[in-house]
Ligand binder design. Structure first.
Ligand SMILES: NC(=O)c1ccc[n+]([C@@H]2O[C@H](COP(=O)([O-])OP(=O)(O)OC[C@H]3O[C@@H](n4cnc5c(N)ncnc54)[C@H](O)[C@@H]3O)[C@@H](O)[C@H]2O)c1
Length: 371
């Protein structure tokens, strides 16, 4: 049974005390929480103690815990950011929830259905908050689109596509050759690595739950002998269909692509996206302009909200800042976070089931529900 989860605010001048586990991508969350008035980063933890020391010093953080267990014992911590390698998220989130801490976890929530179910059970039992950090839901260029689809402007949604295209050469450049992402025992999988950016964001845009998955891996492997490309088809409750492609093998610049098609109109992104703080183009078509030969382009900031000062933009623009702000609000107001444990499980289970299908050479796999 966890401790009272507001205990740390007494020792942090009323602020939510944050502990960051894993100091690669974890540093983006660290800086996001440092920028916000409602939180203080009280401690960091990384098994690479030299890195932990350097990050703590650079960011003026007093405490660095040599072991995760010690950070979980720290009464100054209300909230743990889990930013360790993919295969460890489930167990690290479970440990934090068992210790009475809220959790902001990097994608994926976990790599097994049992871990997803355990996280749901622990948040329910202890009244703790959990959010899976698919920060793409905070991309400025998608905000109006999601609203437009929710209000029914595109009519009844029947098809959508999501793509996460990011060459692994770029991801592991300048890292050790046995980095976990390409290590034979812990390789970053397609649908549970970058995959949640495609699957979770597409589900959110289409406003659907996926109930069945079928998928194939490209048989060609990367130079690390890992699977680099998977294509999945999902059947949604209500009859819509979706296609998700995740590739670490395509020789092209980074791309997060989405399209959504409804009975009254269509939305597509450009695949030429230009980076975090660049502008990008969304294309729309609607029965109001039926007969036009072109889709209507709308140029927007890609990942950065122009209302947030430019110097605050992080590696992914301002998305992590808005995500951290959202999660703090959910804790303080006791509301369900946008990608709470059940919502996260719906997306991650779709990825787990699609991987199962592809690993067995194709065929339908039923996706469990999380009500
Ligand atoms: N949301 C995004 O856009 C985004 C971007 C980059 C990475 N990520 C995710 O963030 C996670 C971390 O990726 P990364 O690129 O930062 O990897 P990384 O290898 O750079 O960093 C992981 C860190 O975790 C530490 N670590 C590993 N096991 C540990 C343990 N048991 N206890 C303490 N520390 C431990 C490592 O020493 C390392 O410093 C991954 O799940 C990755 O998919 C997400």
């Amino acid at each position: 049974m966890g401790r009272s989860h507001f205990a740390a605010r007494a020792v942090n001048n009323g602020k939510i005390g944050v502990g960051v586990l894993g100091l690669g991508q974890g540093r983006s969350h660290l800086r996001a929480f440092q920028l916000l008035d409602g939180s203080t980063v009280a401690a960091v933890c990384d098994q690479d103690t030299v890195l932990a020391g350097r990050v703590a010093q650079e960011h003026g953080i007093e405490k660095r815990h040599p072991a995760y267990e010690a950070m979980l014992e720290d009464p100054a911590i209300d909230l743990v950011v889990v930013a360790t390698p993919d295969h460890l998220h489930g167990q690290h989130a479970i440990m934090a929830l068992e210790a009475g801490k809220h959790v902001l976890s990097e994608i994926p929530m976990a790599i097994t259905l049992d871990e997803c179910r355990r996280i749901i059970e622990l948040t329910d039992r202890h009244g703790l908050k959990y959010h899976m950090g698919n920060q793409v839901r905070y991309a400025f260029c998608l905000r109006d689109v999601q609203q437009m689809i929710r209000t029914g402007d595109l009519g009844e949604i029947f098809y959508g596509e999501g793509e996460y295209l990011h060459t692994m050469d770029e991801i592991v450049a300048n890292r050790r050759s046995d980095h976990w992402r390409v290590h034979p025992h812990t390789p970053q999988t397609t649908l549970l690595g970058g995959g949640p950016h495609a699957v979770d964001t597409l589900r959110w845009l289409m406003n659907v739950d996926f109930v069945e998955a079928q998928a194939y891996h490209a048989e060609q492997q990367s130079r690390w002998q890992t699977t680099h490309t998977t294509v999945a088809i999902f059947k949604a409750a209500g009859g819509a269909v979706a296609k998700v492609t995740v590739s670490y093998g395509m020789v092209r610049p980074y791309c997060l692509y989405y399209s959504v098609y409804g009975s009254a109109g269509s939305f597509e992104r450009t695949r030429d996206q230009g980076g975090a703080v660049e502008d990008t183009i969304n294309y729309h078509y609607h029965d109001r302009i039926a007969g036009a030969r072109r889709m209507a382009p709308v140029t927007l900031p890609n990942w950065s909200n122009p209302a947030i000062q430019r110097q605050h933009a992080l590696g992914h623009g301002t998305m992590e800042i808005e995500q951290a702000q959202h999660f703090l609000r959910a804790i303080v107001t006791d509301e369900e976070p946008a990608i709470g444990p059940r919502e996260a499980a719906r997306s991650v289970a779709a990825g787990i089931c699609a991987l199962q299908s592809a690993d067995q050479g194709g065929g339908p796999v039923a996706i469990p529900t999380f009500d």
